[in-house]
Design a protein around this ligand. Sequence first.
Ligand code: ZN
Length: 200
Amino acid sequence: MAILNIRIIGDPVLRTVADPVTEFGPELAKLVADMTETMEDVDGAGLAAPQVGVSKRVFTYRIDGVEGHIINPVLENSGDYQPDHVEGCLSIPGLGFPVRRFRATKVTGVDMHGNPVSIEGEGMLARCFQHENDHLDGILYTDRLEGEDRKAALRSIRNANYDAVTERTTAKRAKSVGSSFGGASVGGGSAPGSSFGAAG
Ligand code: ZN
């Protein structure tokens, strides 16, 4: 297994709609294993394949001891919402903002062997599924912000200092020392404060 390099906002792969997986072989198994190891290394709650530069419909998740992967996911969301909660993203280091998400989500798809998978989640798990699935459609959580939060997020990302933050994060990850991520915070937005703060 290997720790993969996590792509940072500005990388076009994060804005590309990912392709369905059609081949279930050792290459896919390696991708899932490497993504899982990478997610654990940065103490993330989830990771989508585009975040490691692979434009395929695959994500891994890790919420409160519930860990796994899903391929070619399809989401069914409840009609109602859960209380807003701060989210972060491994591809947008140092920032965290409250995001509106559906209360419950059922995700169906297949595992790395092509076997059908169906998981239902509420709260953080549902939030994680929605966040990671968005990555497969080229959507980042900052796209879902409104009003002042949206302005603050965009301002922070545009800020010249933000490049320094992403560089520091990349360097820190490259060293991969024990790594609990969630340190650097840029002006605007509350620092990620939950387990989901370090989300995918
Ligand atoms: Zn993310």
